[in-house]
Write a protein that binds this ligand. Sequence first.
Ligand code: NAD
Ligand code: COI
Length: 334
Amino acid sequence: MKIFAYGIREDEEPSLKKWEQANPDVEVGFTNNMLTADSARMAEGADGVVTLQTADYTREALEVLHNLGIKYISIRNVGFDNFNFQDLNDFGFTLTNVPVYSPNAIAEHAVLLMGRLLRRTPEFAQKIEDGNFTWAPTIGKEYREQTVGVIGTGHIGRVVMQILKGFGCKIVAYDVYHNPEIEKQGLYVDTLEELYKQADIITLHVPLFDSNKYMINDKAIEQMKDGVYIINCARGELVDTDALIKGLDSGKVAGAGLDVIDNENSVFGKKWSSIDNIPNEKIRNLAKRLNVIVTPHSAFYTETAIHNMITTSFDSNKSLIEGLKPDNIVDTNK
Ligand code: NAD
Ligand code: COI
């Protein structure tokens, strides 16, 4: 059997090599190109495809794979919001994801963003750069004085809560599904409005759907506490960037930690000559502020995560080709 993989980076190759050694019955081909209508032709002769990208998977690319007789696609990541399920179903694809490659990678990143904002580390870094080794007025806040509102108590949100408990934060949580463990601790509030009212820091850990696009908009921000911090390590489209910028300008929002931003693909993943030359005015606006920390969708990017992403995605694709039903098949009929 043959599996062809897209978007393979150098840092993934050692884990891929190990997987190949453990699975000598599988021929593996790969490219560092993303999966597009053009690159899809490279999968000729393969039984399944493994891929990872943050850009949308086009219908044209899927059609080429379909015409090559490929039925199985395994993504190396959690979120599958960049697939159109109708396209997948029209061409009869079965899709798997890697739901739990390392929730800790993302959760730790989110908590670090909170801490860096609370202790105003970008401002101190700028001061040091300017030769200013003084304290005032860059006074910080402590985690234990904060109420953190966690939106989404799935794999990542729950690790965030666990870490924050260690720092002594008060936690309130919101989720459409109530996890029994969190329920037992009495941490759920019934509405987002209630969470907005109580939280000093709000952190997003929900998948992106059409129904929650721009859930953090003018109205939501208006309902938040003055001086709220907003952390987004989930999906950029959950936050209306204009509303966030407005909130930062007015001081309603004290700061933001953004690993993901709406339309991030226009900037992320590429090297620019300077921040002034990035082709996205809103991202430039945010990234230049000392009370905003932008990271390039790198919350996931740890050695542990990369190894698990490769191993699970290739295992799943192999299982599908063998006619098995791995338990990480994405329900594309929802
Ligand atoms: P998960 O499926 O384990 O948990 C998601 C939770 O959100 C579930 O408990 C679900 O009930 C809840 N939920 C769904 N819709 C909701 C809504 N409208 N309102 C409130 N709660 C809702 O997923 P996870 O592993 O915790 O990941 C969460 C998201 O994080 C992923 O979907 C992905 O978009 C993002 N992510 C980002 C990175 C990164 O590198 N920045 C890496 C991995 C995942
Ligand atoms: C995910 O796993 O959903 C991520 O956001 C990671 C990214 C590399 C696609």
